[in-house]
Design a protein around this ligand. Structure first.
Ligand code: NAD
Length: 421
């Protein structure tokens, strides 16, 4: 375990992501200069967002945008609305976007944004005002050939519609400045389900490689938002049995399998998964320790860590969320023979279909969903095979292999462009 022991408990998301980066950079024998260039964000913006709440009070929220690396194309990455969104977290997530777009081999760099707020406690009009303020305050670094926003934790198609509108009021109608928009406003068919669908494609490939089948595989999903709920629905269609899911308030469990459609209806009506009939309630901590074939963290970061990694009872962990495992947990699971599929591979489907959306907007064209899903599958499958081949050839984990492929592609382009005169 070397030197990461207890220090990792206090490490920031960025420190942890950089531990993963350094392991891959060591394998690639990157020199110190290139390491520093690839780790350092190219531009960071922190903005204050004063807004009037519905009760008349003024609230000043903090917003962030980190453009980590633009060597391969315009910066690309989601914006999250969450109480823990801060510069360190956004920096970490922005760097993951750089390796993710490179691994998927789409022509973007990496970025991330965040607003420190609790969207569940805000009204629709308050959220609209915060969103407009955020775009107005960072609009000088945005644009279809500069930096393209997208949804993430706590944001959705409605948020993207407001962002597009706010940007358009300054620059004129520009649908390609934001992806994940409603289809009526130039969004792509298949974008909403893309991250979950892409994650199921990757899971299916890996399940086959380790001699399992999707049919009757027991699957546990943490998070029932965009990514988790689509993962559950599509995995169910593949014959998986979804035994447990959760949201921020806790989860539900049924060893015979949950009716995911009925559960979605229950969540739409009540707002929570808890209380779903024909299932037992359980906590998020209990859910992560359930016996299952496939465990899918699809909510927030660092939920599997040194404390609970020894208690995970899955055969396969599928990182649908960004950075759900600490480096220490990663090592514990590896030592226990549990295969981990890394975030930059598993959840790349979202940014891949964002790329399709951006392309459609630039050409003012609309693809049928079948084309979106077929091309998504091709890109995910190519990325999976590149990672598996690298892992086998170098005898490294899937995470190290994925990062090696992504980092190497960015490093090569940095050299070619002659960035460092
Ligand atoms: P979302 O806001 O739609 O859903 C998040 C879900 O997680 C909700 O069910 C919420 O209740 C739950 N949650 C929040 N805090 C929790 C906690 N402390 N414990 C357990 N559950 C909790 O967000 P999303 O878009 O589904 O994003 C989920 C993860 O996937 C994030 O890590 C995000 O960065 C990543 N991701 C999202 C996309 C995308 O296209 N939306 C793409 C790539 C990666």
């Amino acid at each position: 375990m070397g030197d990461i022991g207890n220090d990792v408990q206090r490490a920031s998301s960025l420190d942890e992501v950089n531990i993963f980066f350094d392991r891959a950079a060591d394998r690639l024998s990157l020199d110190d200069g290139m390491r520093a260039l690839l780790k350092t964000p190219w531009r960071e913006l922190s903005v204050s967002l004063p807004i009037r709440m519905d009760n008349g009070e003024m609230l000043i929220l903090q917003g962030y945008r980190v453009q980590h690396n633009g060597a391969r194309g315009p910066y690309k990455g989601g914006v999250r609305y969450h109480m823990e969104a801060d510069m360190e977290e956004v920096r970490a997530l922005a760097s993951l976007m750089t390796w993710k777009t490179a691994l998927a081999n789409i022509p973007f760099g990496g970025a991330k944004g965040g607003v420190q707020c609790d969207p569940s406690s805000m009204s629709v009009s308050e959220l609209n005002r915060v969103t407009r303020r955020y775009v107005q305050n960072i609009d000088h670094i945005l644009g279809p050939n500069r930096d393209i926003l997208a949804p993430d934790l706590g944001t959705n198609a409605q948020t993207m519609a407001w962002m597009m509108d706010a940007y358009g009021q300054i620059h004129g109608h520009t649908p390609a400045c934001v992806t994940g928009k409603p289809v009526e406003l130039g969004g792509s068919d298949g974008r909403e389900s893309a991250t979950g669908r892409g994650a199921v494609f990757i899971t299916t490939e890996a399940v086959g490689d380790i001699g399992m089948v999707m049919r009757d595989a027991k699957v546990v999903v943490q998070g029932f938002g965009n990514v988790g709920s689509w993962f559950a629905r599509i995995a169910c269609e593949q014959g998986c049995v979804i035994t447990a899911v959760s949201d921020a308030n806790g989860g539900v469990f049924n060893s015979r399998g949950l009716d995911v459609q009925a559960l979605s209806k229950h969540v739409a009506e009540s707002g929570f998964v808890a209380g779903f009939p024909d299932a037992e309630d359980l906590t998020n901590e209990e859910l992560l320790e359930l016996e299952c074939d496939v465990l899918v963290p699809a909510a927030i970061d660092r939920v599997i860590n040194a404390e609970n990694a020894g208690k995970v009872k899955a055969r396969l962990v599928v990182e649908a969320a960004n950075h759900p495992l600490t480096p220490e947990a990663d090592e514990i699971l590896a030592n226990r023979g549990i295969l981990v599929l890394p975030d930059i591979l598993v959840n790349a489907g979202g940014v891949v279909v964002s790329y399709f959306e951006w392309t459609q907007n630039l050409y003012q064209h609309h693809w049928p969903e079948e084309r979106v899903n077929t091309e998504l599958r091709q890109i995910m499958s190519t990325a999976y095979k590149a990672v598996r081949e690298q892992a086998n050839r170098q005898q490294v984990s899937m995470r190290e292999a994925a990062l090696m492929v992504g980092i190497n592609r960015v490093a090569r382009v940095v050299e070619m462009r002659g960035f460092v005169p």
